[in-house]
Ligand binder design. Structure first.
Ligand code: DGL
Length: 273
């Protein structure tokens, strides 16, 4: 048993899709969430900058005495090697890429797997590398979907939203053409428009939600290492830290989590962390 919180970080608000799943499957766990809202997006930045930011994010969480660190951010997970972050973390660590790659390989009958993510995620080629380690016969088709993040953050998320549908159709077209049977949603924001993507891809294609897979991976890791919180009736506490004003975060957090984050969000200065 270990009653310390789980640390989760992301470039901004998107990592809350992972938090949502963590609280669903492990409701008794406390969570410290760090969202680097002052420096988002990471997905358009260079590998070096992403690595620098990720290390600072990890340092912040370490100061909160967390028992495990999760990089919910697809961009961090694909651009900074797991072992580099794990070494800095000093506690069990997982990013989002390995859990999602494993789940995709298990789900795909033909090995034709699509990957969508930020520009930096697709550029990294990391999903292809990991998937081929597990399934050398795999054929991977990737496409970056940079407009999905602002569309989701601005609330263009309804199933019938014609703007998001038009954009999604354009992004998904090359992947549909390759007849993939499995598609990895390799960015924190994409599960919010899961139903639109599902509809456009065709319901016979399996969608892998990287955030959900990461939460399940973390649960297995905590269980195997005897690090789960002792059993309790009440829900765990979530404390949010952001690097820009809490207001914007609180509003979008509601969209991601479906519960209020108000009053639990604190702004921190990244330069004095
Ligand atoms: N959280 C990022 C990801 O999952 C998306 C937003 C960004 O570009 O920073 O890749």
């Amino acid at each position: 048993m270990d009653n310390r919180p789980i640390g989760v970080f992301d470039s901004g608000v998107g990592g809350l899709t992972t938090v949502k799943e963590l609280t669903r499957i492990m409701p008794g766990e406390d969570i410290v969430y760090f969202g680097d809202t002052g420096r988002v997006p990471y997905g358009t930045r260079s590998k070096q900058t992403i690595a620098k930011y990720a290390m600072q994010d990890v340092d912040f969480l370490k100061k909160h005495n967390v028992k495990m660190i999760i990089a919910a951010c697809g961009t961090v997970s694909t651009n900074v090697a797991d072992d580099k972050i794990a070494k800095a973390a000093g506690v069990p660590y997982t990013g989002a890429v390995l859990p999602a790659a494993q789940a995709a390989c298990a789900a795909s009958p033909t090995g034709k797997i699509g990957v969508i993510g930020t520009t930096a995620t697709v550029r990294s080629g990391m999903y292809g590398k990991l998937i081929r380690n597990i399934r050398p016969d795999a054929k991977i088709v990737g496409n970056s979907c940079p407009l999905f993040v602002p569309l989701v953050e601005n609330g263009y998320i309804d199933f019938e939203n014609q703007v998001t549908r038009l954009v999604a159709k354009d992004y998904l077209e090359p992947i549909i053409r390759e007849k993939v049977d499995t598609l990895i949603l390799g960015c924190t924001h994409y599960p919010v428009i899961y139903d639109i993507i599902n509809d456009l891809m065709g319901y016979e294609v399996t969608l892998i939600d990287a955030g959900k897979e990461t939460a399940r991976f973390a649960q297995r890791c905590l269980t195997e290492n005897g690090l789960l919180h002792e059993e309790r009736q009440e829900a765990g506490e979530i404390q949010y830290y952001v690097t820009d004003t809490p207001e914007g975060f609180e509003e979008i957090a509601y969209r991601f989590l479906g519960v209020e984050a108000k009053g639990k969000v604190q702004m921190v200065d990244i330069d004095t962390l």
